[in-house]
Design a protein around this ligand. Structure first.
Ligand code: NAD
Length: 313
C-alpha cells in the first residue's frame, strides 16, 4: 500500500525515520509536528532536514490540538499517529498536563476528525501500558495496569481508539513499542545518555541496580511494523512490537564500553518511580497476523546508534 500518509510527531525520533521510510516506499507524506521543547527543537529540525526539498514531503508545523485536522486529512489513505509527550520519569507532578494535552486530548481530536472519513489509523502505543508485571513475556491479552502517568495516558489513547471503533467504525491498529533505540534516539533515553558518557568522558547514571531488563527494539524494525500495520485489513488490532533483544541495562553498558572503547564510571541511583523491572514482548501475534519479524539485534543496533552519535556530536 502507498498513497498519501499523514504522520504526526514527524520530527521526532521515530516519526522522522518513518517519514523517510514512507517517502522512499513511494508515499506522499504530510508530517505534523509542533516541535515541543521536551528536548532541543533544533535537533528535531535536523532529524527532518533530509526531507527538505522532497516533492513527496510537506511539513506542517502546528499543534494537533489547534490545527485544522480536517484539511490535513484530505486525500489521506493512512494516518500514523506518533505525536506524544514521551518519557516516564517526567510524567509525574506539574508536567502531567503536557501528557494529557499531547497524548489524550490530541488523540481525541484526531479521532474526532477521522471518525467519518474511513481512513485507518496506526497508533504508536507503548509497552508501558502493561505496568510492572511478573507475567512474562507480555502478551496483548494480558491485563494492562500502567505504573506511570505516561503509561496511563498511552493506555487512555488506546481506549479512545477502541471506543471510536465501537461507536463510529474507526479502523485502527495500536502498536505497543518496547524501548526503541537507534540513530536519533531521544536524548533523555538511556542508550543516548550512556553513549554520550562513554564518548564524552562523563558518568553513566543508572536508575536502580542495572539488572532491570528491556526488550530493545531497533528503530527500523519499529518502522517495519508501521508499514505492515498500514496494510492490515481487519477493523482493529493491538500488537506488541519488540525487537527480540531482551537484555539487562548492565549488559547494554558492557556492549557500549566495548564498542566505544570508553570506560565511564557508573553511578547507581534510586530506581525511578514509574520504571518497571522487566519488559519482554511476546510478538507471536504480530508475526502471525502482520508478518512482523525484527531483523536487527542489539549489538548491531547499538553499533549503528554509536556511529550516528559520533557523526552528530
Ligand atoms: N522511543 C520509544 O522507545 C517509545 C516506546 C514506546 C512508545 N513510544 C511512542 O512512540 C511515539 C514516538 O516517540 P519518540 O521516541 O519518537 O518521541 P519524540 O519525542 O522524539 O517524538 C514525538 C514528537 O511529537 C511531537 N509532538 C508532541 N506533542 C505534539 C502535539 N500536541 N502536536 C504536534 N506534535 C507534537 C514532538 O514535538 C516530537 O517531535 C510516541 O507516541 C511515544 O509515546 C516510543
Amino acid at each position: 500500500m502507498s498513497g498519501k500518509a499523514l504522520v504526526t510527531g514527524a520530527a521526532g525520533f521515530i516519526g522522522s525515520h518513518l517519514c523517510e521510510r514512507l517517502v522512499s516506499d513511494g508515499w506522499s507524506v504530510t508530517g505534523i509536528d509542533s516541535f515541543t521543547d521536551y528536548y532541543d527543537p533544533q535537533r528535531k529540525r535536523m532529524h527532518i532536514s533530509g526531507l527538505a526539498g522532497s516533492k513527496s514531503f510537506s511539513l506542517v508545523e502546528e499543534d494537533l490540538n489547534s490545527c485544522d485536522l480536517a484539511a490535513h486529512l484530505e486525500g489521506v489513505s493512512c494516518v500514523f499517529h506518533l505525536a506524544a509527550q514521551a518519557g516516564v520519569r517526567r510524567s509525574w507532578g506539574a508536567e502531567f498536563s503536557h501528557y494529557i494535552d499531547s497524548n489524550i486530548l490530541a488523540t481525541q481530536k484526531l479521532l474526532e476528525a477521522m471518525k467519518d472519513t474511513g481512513i485507518p489509523l496506526v497508533y504508536s502505543s507503548s509497552s508501558s501500558v502493561y505496568g510492572d508485571t511478573r507475567d512474562l513475556p507480555m502478551r496483548e491479552d494480558h491485563v494492562t495496569s500502567p505504573v506511570s502517568p505516561y503509561g496511563a495516558t498511552k493506555l487512555s489513547a488506546e481506549h479512545l481508539c477502541e471506543l471510536y471503533r465501537v461507536n463510529f467504525g474507526q479502523r485502527y491498529v495500536a502498536l505497543r513499542y518496547f524501548t526503541v533505540y537507534g540513530p536519533r534516539q531521544r536524548p533523555d533515553m538511556a542508550f543516548s545518555r550512556f553513549i554520550k558518557a562513554a564518548l564524552g568522558g562523563g558518568e553513566i547514571e543508572v536508575y536502580g541496580d542495572g539488572k532491570q531488563t528491556r526488550d530493545f527494539t531497533f528503530v527500523f524494525d519499529a518502522l517495519e511494523a508501521n508499514v505492515l500495520a498500514s496494510r492490515y485489513e481487519g477493523d482493529w488490532n493491538i500488537f506488541n512490537v519488540g525487537g527480540g533483544s531482551r537484555s539487562s541495562v548492565l549488559d547494554v553498558i558492557e556492549i557500549i564500553r566495548r564498542e566505544t572503547g570508553g570506560d565511564p564510571p557508573v553511578r547507581f541511583m534510586e530506581k525511578a518511580r514509574g520504571d518497571v523491572l522487566d519488559t519482554w514482548a511476546d510478538t507471536t501475534k504480530a508475526a502471525g497476523e502482520l508478518g512482523f519479524s525484527p531483523t536487527t539485534g542489539l549489538e548491531e543496533g547499538l553499533r549503528r546508534e554509536i556511529e550516528w552519535y559520533r557523526d552528530h556530536s
